[in-house]
Structure formats: C-alpha cells, structure tokens
Design a protein around this ligand. Structure first.
Ligand code: F6R
Length: 630
C-alpha cells in the first residue's frame, strides 16, 4: 500500500515527484505529499484526498528548482486519511523528513520512550515515530561529538554540514540504520535532510522498493511505472538494504553489517505506453480491451506443436499434490486452475486463501508443490504464506506478473504471466494471464507424465484461436455489457452463479461488481443455491448466471430456471448453439474454453455499471492495488 518516490538528479525534482506519484496513485489515494530542500530548509507540502489536490497546492506554493525531492501517496493504516497524517513526516526538530510504506509494529513502544524524552507528535502515524527515532539516534551521535543536539543550535549544524558533509553523511547513515534496526514490521522508507543536501537515503524490509538508474539522475520508488519515462534500468533493493543516493552515484549497504553490496542492474522491458491510458476513458477499460494481446504474449515461446515449453520448471520433480495459495482475484484464478490441473495433470490440488493458510499451522506434506499466484508479487499475506512454505522445506512456484517482485525473487522458480503493467486497481488482464499460464502448467504436468495428449492437442488448438476470437468479440461484448448494466442499475444486490470451471468465474464476477460499483454481490456454486441462498431471490435481487456448454449444462439450466420460477431476473451468459427459456440471454461465440470470453464479459459488465453509476472506476474507495500490509 502507499506509493513512494524519491528523486536525485539534474532536473527540478518537484514536477518529477508529482509525475511519479501520478503513476503510483493506484497504490493508495487518500492523501498525498512531497518534500524538497529550499536551500538549507526542508519544505513539506501535503494534502488530504487525491493527488490532484496536492498538485493544486504545490502550484500555489512551490516555485522551486530543487534537484532532490521525495513524495508519497497514501493508503491509510495508522490514523485517519487527513492532512496531518499525510506523508512526508518531519522529525520534531526538522532535521529530516521521511516517506514510508509499511507498518512499524512496535511504534507504540518506541513512541512511549520518545514521549518520555520530551518528544512531541503531531500525527497519529507510525511514520512520524520512525522519523523521530532516526532524529533521536542522530542527536545521540551529535551529543557524543559536539556536546549538543540539533535543536540546540540548528545553524551550527547546517554550517558544519556545508563545510564537511561527508562526515554528516556518515552520521545520517549510522542514525538511519540504527533506527531501522530498532523498528519491527515492514518498511520501505525514503529520507531527506538539509544536512546531506545532495542525497536521499532509502531502505526496505518486507515492502517493495527499487531504484531507477538514469543518466545523471536516480529514482527510488515503490514500482517501476513511477520513473518509466526516464529510465528502464532498475536495481531491486532486498530486505535490510539501505541505498545512499546522490545526484551522481549510489551505494547499497546491508543495514546490519554496513557492508557494501554490489547490485545488478536489470533492464525492464515494459514501455511507457503499457502504463498509459492510450485514449481509453479508464485504465480498467484499456486493460480489458488489451486482453487479446495479453493472451498472445502469454503463449509466445511456450507452445511448440503439441509440446508446452516451460523450461523454468524442467528441474522441478512431479509433485504428489499441489497447493495453490493466493488472495482476491489471484485466488479465483487458482480456484479455476484446480479443475484443469486435476484433469490434465492428474494431480490432487487444493486452493487456499493466503491470509487463512498462514496462521492456521497448516499441515503440508513434503511432496506438495506450492504455487503462489500474485499479480504484484508483493501481497503481504501471499508472501507470508510463501515464506512459511519455504521454511517448511517445500518447493514454491511463483506465478507472478511483476518482474523482480518479492514473490518472483523468493519463490524457487517463477513463471511470469506477461500481462504488462496493470494500473487499474481492479485486476482484469492479470487474471486472464494467470489462467493462461496455469492452463499451460496443467498441460505441462500432463506432458511430463505422458498423459492426455489428445486433450492437450485440442486445448492448444483452441488457445491459438482464442486471441483472434476475443479480439473480434470484445466490442460486441462491450455493447451488450452496456445494455445489461443500464437495465440492472436498480439492483442493490446480485447473485453470480456458475458450476465447474464457471464457479470461480462467478466468484470473480461478484468481486468485480462489488469492488467497482459498491453493489452487494455474491458468487455461488449453482448447485448450492437450493441449500439456502435461493431464499433471497425476489424481483429486486437479480442473478448473473454462467451456462457453459459442458457436462453440467442441463443441471445449471435447471438451477437458472429455479431462480426464474421464483420471479428472479436472470442475465444468462451462454454459448452460441445453446439456448434457454429466458429474456436476458448474452451469447458468446462457441469455444471449448468459454471462460476466456466469459471473464472479459463480466469485467465489462462491472465496468459499465460502475461508470454509469459515476463511480471512480480506476481507484475504487477504500482499496489499493498492492496490499503490502496484513
Ligand atoms: C481485485 C484485486 C485484488 C487482488 C489481490 C491480490 O480486483 O485486484 O483482489 O487480486 O489483492 O493481489 P496480487 O495478485 O497482486 O497478489
């Protein structure tokens, strides 16, 4: 949660920080702020609400060419989303300001100690506590050397720093590391101080942070899009690493040993266009409409006649069982894949919600392959589950979209989903890409076990046809989505029903509708309706039903008719060549993989509903793209 950025370079920092924040706003958007140095004075501008409010405030207040700045866009964890809690937070004495993503779990203990020492706090945040802890460590060093503290004689310290900033750099670094050693929990933190005017310092523990390496300029940010227009060369910081960045160089050290670490520079293939709206009204719409390309990108290099090529996995032995662990939409993709992995790989599969799994003291057998699915690769619960499984000695396969993310780096192997940057908070194309990769994995396991060749051939043929079919179908789906969305805006609640491979899609359809339009929605297995939920059906409680031409067809049809006979309105998504006695039929072309058309149809339905109701489609209330806190 929260997006952070720092800049050190040859250009004015404030516009760059604001631009970076606009690309990170998907990570949190309840308040925002930035800090820069006006000569030797630390300036902080903050605002409640969305980034546009900060932009207006900066336009009125900051006319600066400062080459160094830090910024933050917040998703509240400690304290209400009001200006006093917005980042950056200054230490009480003004010696430094920090932006922070994560949670300092022992902040109250630290605060109590600082309160006893006479510190004052102006916000409810753990971040302000961390800022003061660093300042306190710095004062301890200053007391030893100069026999007085920063607040006793600010001018003395600023003048001294101008004469010999190297010495102050070492002190700042020491204080920063000492404070971070005392902080428990998670942090990605960037610091700015008038005592080291040409530098920023950054560090991470269990929260994403990376550096962009430009020509004569450096960025530190939560995610690559923040600096994508300026550089695609990236250094991924690891846990307990501190980066000391100046306008001309950078150094990375271990926070505990203070030893220098040589970091590899990675080239990121994503381009700016991938992270821009491309003329669409919303990122979400763009990301839904680019799914044919995503499908193609996921398949490139992975199919050869009837063979699935996943060389990353060749060294993994065939497991006796598979356990899939994920959250939200990624969990739904995992549930969907269970059917295919069991059918095509003939391996028993269980699927778990990461936040439940990790605290249950789960019994995991050694022969289970753990698959964690995560678009961002930074979801705290998923990462926690991954780490637990590794401690238990299991092999972990990551299915992940973001290159170099924590899941990608910590899993034993990672298969990338190739969806490109997903900016809209509601996940769309990422799920489709996860489904493709998991389907390939199911076929790959079958291939390694020498089973299911005929079935594999049929699926591969269909997968190759799908991008073109989807490309032709998407505009038609959108028109239909508009018609149905407008017709059903009266609904306060919705059921989504599916069976077999459609069940997990029903869960996903319901999730998309509730998160975007704030309409209550429940996804159910069609066969479960008669065990209780059908009691809710009346003319004001409509149903979105998925009726695929598969072995469950007649049972699902009966389920839909049961709903209809209780005066429930039903939108039925079904395949050409089948029919049903119902008014609102929504046809998709016939294919043996209807899920790849049904998913975009439901995404479009939720999109159109939310847009029609005037909701904030790309940034729904209370949400953030990457849930890096528990
Ligand atoms: C819903 C959505 C979330 C994420 C979930 C997991 O639209 O985006 O439910 O799917 O927070 O995120 P990742 O896949 O990044 O681990």
């Amino acid at each position: 949660m929260c997006g952070i950025i720092g800049y050190c370079g040859h250009r004015p920092a404030v516009p760059l920080v604001l631009e970076g924040l606009s690309r990170l706003e998907y990570r949190g958007y309840d308040s925002a702020g930035l800090a820069y140095l006006q000569f030797d004075t630390l300036k902080v501008i903050r605002s409640e609400g969305k980034l546009s409010r900060l932009v207006d405030k900066v336009a009125q207040n900051a006319n600066t060419f400062a080459p160094i700045g830090i910024g933050h866009t917040r998703w509240a964890t400690h304290g209400l989303p009001v200006e006093k809690n917005a980042h950056p937070h200054k230490s009480y004495n003004g010696v430094l300001a920090i932006v922070h993503n994560g949670i300092i779990e022992n902040f109250q203990e630290i605060k109590n100690v600082l309160l006893e020492k006479g510190y004052e706090f102006y916000s409810d945040t753990d971040t302000e506590v961390l800022a003061n802890l660093i300042a306190d460590e710095l004062d301890n060093l200053f007391l030893e050397k100069f026999a007085h503290k920063f607040s006793d004689d600010r001018d003395f310290f600023v003048k001294k720093a101008q004469e010999n900033f190297q010495e102050f750099k070492a002190d700042m670094e020491e204080a920063f590391c000492r404070a971070l050693q005392k902080a428990h929990g998670a942090y990605a933190v960037v610091m700015l101080s008038p005592l080291i005017p040409q530098h920023i310092m950054a560090a991470r523990l269990a929260a994403p942070l990376l550096m962009g390496i430009g020509v004569g300029e450096y960025f530190v940010a939560s995610d690559v899009p923040a600096f994508l227009p300026y550089t695609r060369e990236v250094v991924f910081l690891d846990d307990r690493e501190v980066a000391i960045v100046s306008t001309s160089s950078f150094e990375v050290k271990n926070i505990l040993s203070r030893k220098i670490i040589e970091k590899e520079i990675h080239h990121i293939p994503w381009d700016l266009q991938g992270a821009a709206k491309d003329g669409y009204k919303h990122f979400m719409l763009k990301e839904i409409m680019e799914q044919p390309k995503v499908l193609r990108d996921c398949l490139v290099g992975r199919l050869q006649n009837t063979d699935i090529l996943l060389p990353e996995l060749d060294k993994i032995s065939i497991p006796e069982r598979i356990r899939i662990i994920a959250c939200g939409t990624s969990y739904n993709a995992g549930l969907w894949a269970q059917y295919y992995l069991e059918q095509l790989g003939q391996i028993p599969v269980s699927v778990e919600i990461a936040s439940e799994f990790r605290y249950r003291k789960p019994i995991v057998s050694k022969n289970e392959l753990i698959i964690v699915i995560s678009q961002s690769g930074e979801t705290a619960d998923t990462l926690g589950a991954l780490r637990l499984c590794k401690e238990l000695g299991n092999t972990v396969l990551g299915v992940c979209n973001v290159l170099g993310s924590s899941v990608a780096r910590e899993a034993d192997v990672c298969v990338y989903t190739q969806a490109g940057p997903e900016i809209s908070v509601a996940s769309t194309k990422a799920m489709l890409s996860q489904m493709v990769v998991l389907l390939l994995l199911a076929m790959y396991l079958g291939q390694r076990k020498n089973i299911g060749l005929e079935k594999r051939k049929i699926i591969i043929e269909e997968l190759m046809r799908l991008p073109d079919i989807l490309e032709k179908t998407l505009p038609v789906l959108r028109e239909k989505a508009q018609i149905f969305a407008y017709k059903y805006t009266f609904a306060k609640s919705f059921f989504y029903l599916g069976r077999g491979t459609a069940f997990s899609l029903a869960l996903e359809g319901a999730l998309k509708l509730k998160e975007l339009s704030y309409i209550h929605a429940e996804g159910y297995a069609t066969g479960e309706m008669k065990h209780g939920p059908i009691a809710l059906i009346d003319p004001d409680f409509p149903t979105f039903a998925l009726l695929f031409d598969d072995e469950y067809f007649s049972k699902v049809r009966s389920g839909i008719l049961e709903v209809k006979s209780r005066q429930g309105h039903v939108i039925t998504l079904l395949q050409e060549g089948t029919t049903l006695d119902n008014d609102d039929l929504w046809y998709i072309p016939k294919t043996s993989l209807p899920e790849f058309l049904a998913l975009p149809a439901m995404q479009l339905f939720s999109y159109e509903m939310a847009d029609y109701l005037g909701k904030d489609v790309d940034q729904p209330r209370n949400l953030a793209k990457s849930v890096t806190v528990e």
